[in-house]
Design a binder for this molecule. Structure first.
Ligand SMILES: C[S@@+](CC[C@H](N)C(=O)[O-])C[C@H]1O[C@@H](n2cnc3c(N)ncnc32)[C@H](O)[C@@H]1O
Length: 321
């Protein structure tokens, strides 16, 4: 065993004891158990129902201990978490841009359904890095569900539609989901169907989010969810997208299509992201760390802001309407 192997096992055992009980209470079956909590352990471990996903993050070339730690971790998991090695998948992360490696990894799917309370989501533990559900946004999704009642909702960069499912289940008047990828829009359709939400008032649009916003009418929506990738490169979009460079224009365009009393939720998972100070007059209220669910406390997987067009209507995630 490596010198810190015991520290790893103790840490994981303690977190699993706490989080398994928490998840049972919440009805959550996909959640994070470990995220680089011990220096030198470049791994995250997620439970997806009765499967485990181990994320192996980039490590320093020449880190002689990394391979030994990986072997130790994989050997210890079945007993520690009661999941056999045959139901454990390892995803090796390298820097990538949406539209490059993500799509290239398609094929050989391993689908299952996970729960967040009464809602259900199809995930795929196949070779893609992404599973179809970003676990750190569970509370942001719940906020969107709460805000959606009676509202016209626009979900940009909708991916597999988790926000659209919450909005629909929360009683949205209509939900428009926009994504460049038909593969993900089809997946979104399956997630809606899993929750009995197919058909109107749900609408899916295969388009570049920036082009869509340019053509959306002013005041057309009451709630916009804007959760773009950090970078994306796609021939269909016509140009690259870099969230740090491009978010100001995107946020301003999204605010432009909000009706009075409307709300924009903007989120970003770029490490070291800073919100453009030029957006200050629109009174952004940062939702993080309140937006982080129990299994991501103390981490910084995303930063999220709420923009409220109602004068004086400023709410954090805990005190949301
Ligand atoms: C990181 S995900 C977004 C996360 C998502 N909002 C969620 O609920 O988990 C990236 C998604 O953005 C989409 N995408 C990338 N560039 C786009 C663009 N220019 N316009 C619309 N969708 C885009 C991809 O197809 C993918 O589904």
């Amino acid at each position: 065993m490596t010198a810190d192997g015991e520290a790893f096992e103790n840490r994981l055992r303690k977190r699993a004891r706490h989080l398994d009980a928490w998840a049972r209470r919440e009805g959550v079956t996909a959640y994070r158990l470990f995220d680089r909590d011990i220096p030198g352990w470049h791994f995250a471990i997620d439970r997806y129902a009765d499967w485990l996903v181990v994320h192996e993050y980039p490590w320093k070339p020449g880190d002689a201990l990394h391979g030994a730690r990986r072997d130790e971790l994989l050997a210890a998991l079945p007993a520690l978490l009661d999941v056999p090695a045959s139901r454990t998948v390892v995803k090796v992360h390298a820097r990538h841009r949406w539209g490059e490696s993500q799509y290239g990894r398609a094929g050989g799917s391993r689908k299952l359904v996970v729960a967040e309370g009464r809602l259900r989501f199809e995930v795929d533990l196949g070779p893609r890095l992404d599973t179809g559900l970003f676990l750190d946004h569970r509370r942001t999704r719940a906020l969107v569900g709460k805000l959606a009642a009676g509202r016209r909702v626009l979900n940009l960069f909708s991916y597999t539609g988790a926000f659209s499912v919450y909005a629909g289940a929360g009683g949205a008047r209509e939900v428009t989901s926009v994504d460049l990828s038909r593969t993900y829009l089809d997946w979104l359709g399956r997630n809606l169907a899993l929750n009995g939400l197919g058909g109107p008032p749900q609408r899916q649009v295969a388009a570049d989010a920036r082009t869509f916003l340019r053509e959306a009418g002013r005041g057309r929506y009451d709630l916009v969810v804007l959760d773009p990738p950090s970078h994306s490169a796609s021939r269909r979009a016509g140009s690259d997208f870099e969230v740090q460079r491009d978010h100001r224009a995107l946020v301003e365009a999204a605010l432009g299509c909000l009706a009075p009393g409307g709300v924009l939720i903007f989120s970003c998972n770029l490490r070291d992201f800073t919100l453009d100070p030029a957006l200050a007059p629109s009174r952004p209220v940062e939702l993080t760390p309140g937006s982080l669910p129990e299994d991501f406390r103390g981490q910084r997987p995303h930063r999220a802001w709420r923009f409220d067009t109602r004068a004086g209507g400023v709410h954090g995630i805990a005190g949301s309407r």
